[in-house]
Each structure stands twice: as C-alpha cells, then as structure tokens.
Design a protein around this ligand. Structure first.
Ligand SMILES: *Cc1c(COP(=O)(O)O)cnc(C)c1O
Length: 339
C-alpha cells in the first residue's frame, strides 16, 4: 500500500525500534525514567520553555493544556477547523467544562482583528475568555503556516486581555522546516506548546507538552488524574529521541514531494480549488464533473493507494517518511484513472 492518508501512518523503522534496546528506563511516575527525562529536557529547550512532560498522545497534550489553563464555564477561542474542536470528541466540554468560541479563519488562520472581536469584555453575565489556541501548522487548513508576526500579534492581544495562550504544534517542526524559523521563536508568545512524535517523526505514539515549570507541575496532576502517567516510558522516549535525531532534517523532502504532487493535481481539469500547499498536506476540492471523493478513495485503494475523503468532494493527501517519489507517481496514475 502507498499510504497517503496521514502522516500518522508511518511505521517505526527497524533502527527506531533498535534504539529502545539500550535505553535506560525507570518508573516515570516517580520521575525515575532517565530517557524520558532526557527527552523532556531536550523538547523544553527546543521549544524555548522551562519544562516539558511526555504524554501518550497529542490529544492528551491539548486536553491537559485546556484543563490546567481554564475553569469550568470559561471560554476557549480557536479557529473553527481545529483539531481541538473537530477530532477530540468534545473533550474540552466533557473534561474541562469549557465553552468554545470559534473564529472562521482562512485556511485555518485568522486575523488579529477577528481575535479582538472574539474576546469578551469582563462582565458579570458572560463567560470569561480564558484561553487562545492556535494550530501550527493548520491541519485542515491544508498544513498552512501561521506567519511569525501574526502569531506574535494574536498572542500579544490575548495576553493583554488576560487570556493564556496555547499552541497545538502537532506539526510545528514542519513549519520550521519550511521557513527556517525556529520552533522556539514560533512558540515564544505561547504559554504552552507541544509537538507530536507519531506524525512526521515516525514513532508509534507520543507527544511532549512544554510550558513553565509551574504549568508542568499542574500538568502532572492532570496527567495522573486522566490516566496518562506511565511506568517505563523510556521505551517510548527512546523512539522519540531517535525521531528527533534522524527524522527532522528530512522533513523538507516531504514538503518537496507534496509540492510536486500539488502542481500535478492542480493541473487536472476536475480540480476546482486547492488550499495553499506550504508543508506536507494537500487538500483540494473537485468540481461536479468528478466522482464523489469517497468513490475515488475506494477506487484508488483497489489500486494500492490510500488517500482521504474529507467531504463529499474534498480530498486530503499527506506526505511523510514512508512515501517517496515513486509512490507519488503511483498516486498520480491511480488518481487520474478515477477522474
Ligand atoms: C494529530 C493531531 C492531534 C492529535 O494528536 P494524536 O497524537 O493523534 O492524539 C492534535 N492536533 C493536530 C493539529 C493534529 O494533527
């Protein structure tokens, strides 16, 4: 199978699995796992924060960041296509009792003025605007990159109105690979930020959430409460460290392949619209003359190529560690056959 459905589909390499063998481990809940500690220190430094915590998933990074930085009844502001709203089964409501106020951005990114309008003035009646969340890169926006100035502007607006700021950095390293701007610079205006290891970095699971030492202490309580505290998690941390050492420098290859595929696909007559392709995600809409996306996906699967239907006529393709140029050529042949 040529699997372009998601960068979550990466299979841990043999070398990544071997990295586990000699990793020193201990009881993580007691902070006795040296490999986990090394990973957290490394990610905290990478993201320019005081401390960090390893969690099984990126979803738990988001949920804990919301939980620690809000009170029930508070409002969280984020863009309407974001993961926190659409793919976490209502976690912010169920776990933290918060309301969400959405902003309709363009390709997952909104303007400082839209944020100003969304923040509520202090009132005895209204919910309290407590937390701003942004996604770097914006997944459903098509892997679009928040420009640094805009990130700094929205963080500044949020902070001066008394909100905390959180960055879902599942693909932050993709943004840095594309622009050369460091992850720490992108995260500078944000109180909390995390990166995902199970996407482009190729581990089977794992996210590391970073923030102030005080925040991380509270995050530990939430992690224990939600059942996310582990034991010999150095097994996972060793794979994450391997991913940092070996799978970051190659991210630009994923971006090159995505741009190549995007150029080919954009030229097809049935493609009505394509979101800007800045990193490793391609999202496009087909016109009415094309078959339904679900049928195209099924037809291509029979030819050994997996892609995603994200709407009746919307398709998403993601490049990553396990797909290369020959796989991309197979994708183009299989896609054209369906159109
Ligand atoms: C994948 C993803 C998550 C969740 O990460 P998991 O490790 O799959 O739980 C959160 N936010 C964004 C933008 C994602 O793409």
């Amino acid at each position: 199978m040529r699997d372009f459905f998601s960068d979550t589909k990466t299979i841990p390499t043999r070398a990544m699995r071997e990295a586990i063998l000699d990793a020193p481990v201990g009881d993580e809940q007691k902070d006795e796992d040296p490999t986990t500690r090394a990973l957290c220190e490394r990610v905290a430094a990478l993201l320019g924060k005081e401390a960090a915590i390893l969690l099984p998933t990126g979803t738990l990074c988001n949920e804990i960041a919301v939980n620690v930085q809000t009170n029930p009844g508070d409002e969280v502001i984020c863009e309407e296509s974001c993961h926190l709203i659409n793919f976490e089964t209502g976690g912010p409501a169920a776990i933290s009792g918060v309301m969400i106020r959405t902003i309709a951005g363009e390709n997952g990114i909104f303007e400082p003025d839209q944020l100003r309008a969304a923040i509520r003035p202090a009132s005895r009646y209204a919910p309290k605007s407590a937390l701003l969340c942004v996604e770097q890169t914006a997944n459903m926006g098509g892997g679009t990159i928040w420009p640094l100035e805009k990130l700094n502007a929205v963080a500044e607006i949020a902070h001066s109105a008394g909100l905390a700021t959180h960055m879902d950095g599942a693909r932050l390293l993709n943004a840095s690979a594309a622009t050369g701007i460091s992850p720490a610079d992108y995260a500078a205006g944000f109180d909390t930020v995390w990166i995902d290891f199970s996407k482009a970095l190729g581990t089977p699971m794992g996210g590391v959430l970073a923030g102030s030492a005080e925040f991380i202490q509270e995050a530990w309580r939430a992690k224990q409460q939600m059942g996310g505290a582990m034991r010999q998690s150095g097994i996972l941390a060793a794979m994450c460290l391997y991913g940092l050492d070996h799978h970051v420098d190659r991210l630009s290859e994923d971006h090159r392949l995505a741009k190549y595929l995007a150029d080919q696909i954009r030229a097809l007559p049935q493609v009505a619209h394509m979101q800007p392709v800045e990193t490793n995600i391609i999202i496009f809409d087909l016109d009415d003359s094309a078959p339904l996306a679900a049928d195209i996906v099924a037809g291509m699967k029979a030819d050994g190529v997996l892609i995603g239907a994200f709407g009746p006529r919307r398709i998403r393709i993601v490049t990553h560690l396990d797909v290369d140029m020959p796989a991309g050529e197979d994708l183009l042949v299989a896609l054209k056959k369906q159109l």
